[in-house]
Every structure is written in C-alpha cells, then in structure tokens.
Unconditional design. Sequence first.
Length: 182
Amino acid sequence: MVDSTVVLNGQTIAYTLYAIVVLLFMAWFAVKITASGKAGVLSNKLFAILVIFLTIMGVSLHIATSTTIPWVPVDLNRSDYTPDKTVNITVKDHKFILPENPITVEKGDLVLFDVKSEDLTYGFGIFRADNSMVCQMQVVPGHRNDLLWKFEKAGKYTIRSTEYSGPKGHQMIEKDALIVTE
C-alpha cells in the first residue's frame, strides 16, 4: 500500500493545478467582459467548449486519482486478501480495550483490525507520531467494523476515536498503542 501522505501530497498538487486552471479561466472571462463592457464577448460555442473541456479534465482527474487511494483495491477485492495478523479491539464506556498494549505488528504485514463497540458509535483512527492520520473507520454497535491495513513504515502509532461520542469522547486516545517493527 502506498503511504497516505504520498497520496495526499500527490492529490494536493493535482487538484491545486486543476483549481488554478479553473480560476485562470474565470479571471480571463471576467477581464474580457469588463474590458469590452459587453456580455457577448465570448461566443456561446466557445464558452460551451471551455466548460466541457474543464468538466472532462475534472472528471478525468477524479478517475485517475481514485486508483491512487491505497485502501480502494483492498476494499473492492476483500476476498482476495488474507490478513497476516488480526487485532480484535473492543470499545466500551469511551475506552479502547486492546488485546495487548502495545499492539505489535511487523512492517509490510496486512493487519485486520476487527473493532467492536458495545454501546455507542465511535471512531477508530490510527495516527502517526506527528498527529497525521494513517487510516480510520466508524465503529457502529451491532455491525461488523473491520479495517485492513498494510503498514509500510516502522514506528509508533496512536489510536484515537475519530467520531463524536459525547463529552467523554475527546479522551479516547491510546498513545503509542501500536508499534510497527522492521
């Protein structure tokens, strides 16, 4: 799996460039209208061509970047993947109940996080030491809540609730609860 920071940086660049093209088109259009004082500066045909071009460009960008999101192939082809390790976590009374603390996994292993809520809807997020999020999911009581993830970088990770679950929810942080070893 590609690290999510690489994906985020790549998509930031691609979508920023697309937004700049759209803004330049809008600025060019505004200058043309205000310079002449006439609304008919741009023919309907040319305007339609430019809008169609930008639409095709935007849709193509979405299609091209959808394949870079690391969890898409895993979620679409779930039956083709066998986890190297399964981690069962229970959430109850605004606390994560971990099978071991810290949870240890090896770099490159495909890990299945099977998280069960016994009372409320919570979030389950894994965060890097710099507080950026690696992955997350919603944990709903009475439903299967699992997440497959392959860790490409060794280090210590924090588990947090990423869903509002009442006033006590902000305390749901397990610092260095997951260690990925070489």
